[in-house]
Design a protein around this ligand. Structure first.
Ligand code: NAD
Length: 277
């Protein structure tokens, strides 16, 4: 099953399945069941975070799945209040223990938290963690161009990814162009707009869906994949997990991609990265 998943090669040579499953707002008590469903559907890439409070449930699902560790791609994230060298190391150890793993595939700084002005120091700590092999790849999340510029000028290691809010109505052209120019892959969080934008009802999306005999959500996911984004849509429903995974038997035309891209309206649904501290 995993062989059919397209992969992207990161700037450190590791590969990541382009489509995964995210567990933001998945209740800790439900996480093992939901991640087990996702693994059974065929997902092999799971995106969690310390602050989601559900790393243990993810770990239990991984352990009971019987899937080879080498076939899985697991991401978790460092929360803002765990900055500073020792606390970042402690936070990482805690995440690894909760996940029941001896390494993660990708470890991210969750938000730059610029008011603390510690993200460069945290980034250096992530480099140390990577050197021990306990995080294969390291990256950032919710970083804007000035934050990325500081990492590039003050440290030696370019993040493998920047995970940002991104969907057709909010494409973040500036940070995306900067990232691509520097070999940083874009992970699009909230790929379906978190249900806060009427993306699935947009005429250009439903027209493309009808043309291909697919659903609106599948069209949006396909738009991400063909645009080069790494995505991990979230759903608690196994039927929707399967729907979101069933996106490899059709292709959007360049015209369809362009009309969907024209849905850009330039407004985020989340907090501004300079305000999360
Ligand atoms: P999403 O865009 O994946 O939207 C999830 C919503 O879409 C859910 O309410 C779900 O019911 C609905 N949905 C899912 N599949 C559907 C379908 N086929 N048809 C109709 N509705 C459907 O939003 P998200 O969960 O916020 O983002 C995905 C992942 O990104 C998260 O789970 C998390 O892993 C990550 N994320 C990261 C950050 C960050 O700060 N780094 C922030 C938010 C999310």
């Amino acid at each position: 099953m995993t062989t059919s998943l397209p992969t992207i090669t990161l700037n450190d040579g590791h590969t990541i399945p382009q489509l995964g499953f995210g567990v933001f707002k998945v209740e800790p008590t439900e996480t093992t069941r939901i991640v087990t469903d996702a693994l059974e559907v065929g997902y092999r890439h799971i995106d969690t975070a310390a602050v989601y409070g559900n790393e243990e449930g993810v770990g239990q699902a991984l352990a009971s799945s019987g899937i080879d560790r080498s076939d899985l791609f697991i991401t978790t994230k460092l929360w803002n209040d765990k900055q500073g060298t020792q606390s970042a190391l402690d936070a990482f150890d805690e995440s690894l223990e909760k996940l029941g793993l001896d390494y993660v595939d990708l470890y991210l700084i969750h938000w730059p938290a610029p008011a603390n002005d510690r993200f460069v120091e945290s980034w250096k700590t992530l480099q140390t963690i990577r050197e021990t092999g306990r995080a294969r790849s390291i990256g950032v999340s919710n970083f804007l161009v000035p934050h990325l510029e500081r990492l590039l000028t003050e440290t030696e290691v370019v993040p493998a990814v920047n995970q940002i809010e991104l969907h057709p109505a909010y494409q973040q052209a500036e940070v995306t162009a900067f990232a691509r120019e520097h070999g940083i892959h874009i992970e699009a969080w909230g790929p379906l707009g978190q249900g806060k934008y009427p993306l699935l009802e947009e005429g250009v999306v439903t027209t493309a869906a009808e043309a291909h005999g697919k659903t609106a959500a599948q069209v949006i996911i396909r738009w991400h994949l063909q645009t080069g984004n790494i995505v991990f849509p979230k759903s608690n429903s196994r039927a929707r997990m399967a729907e979101n995974f069933d996106v490899f038997d059709f292709e959007l035309s360049n015209t369809e991609l362009a009309t969907i891209s024209a849905l850009e309206r330039g407004g985020r649904v989340s907090a501004h990265p300079s305000e999360v501290n």
